[in-house]
Write a protein that binds this ligand. Structure first.
Ligand SMILES: [Zn+2]
Length: 113
């Protein structure tokens, strides 16, 4: 039996997410690209060839097993590479953004036809 190297174990987890959750098309073999990893976890971005949607998965190596969690995203691979190290948005920034959107000027622009 061929042993799988530690660095390629994340590809095993991809078998669990073999198709696009949006359009159900099977992912192409080159759809998955790794954009960050450490000793136990890998972050992988998949692009669907069928509908173009993105999917980000975190694959964690647990002893002899694998675990994964993922989400649909509108980020492409370049976006996730650039943004995964960015600082998190704060609660204060969210409140500032919400208050900005409540301003009359913003409301007029947003609802202008
Ligand atoms: Zn798709």
């Amino acid at each position: 039996m061929k042993s799988v190297s530690q660095s390629d174990r994340w590809r095993e987890a991809l078998k669990m997410m073999s198709r696009c959750p949006i359009c159900k098309a099977d992912y192409e073999p080159d759809a998955a690209k790794i954009f960050a990893k450490n000793e136990t976890a890998s972050l992988v971005h998949l692009t669907c060839q069928g509908c173009g949607s993105g999917f980000v998965a975190m694959i964690v190596l647990l002893g002899q097993g694998l675990s994964s969690v993922g989400m649909v995203t509108d980020l492409n691979f370049a976006d996730v590479e650039r943004l995964h190290t960015a600082e998190s948005i704060t609660v204060d920034e969210i409140i500032d953004g919400y208050q900005f959107m409540l301003q009359d000027e913003f409301q007029k622009e947003a609802t202008r036809q």
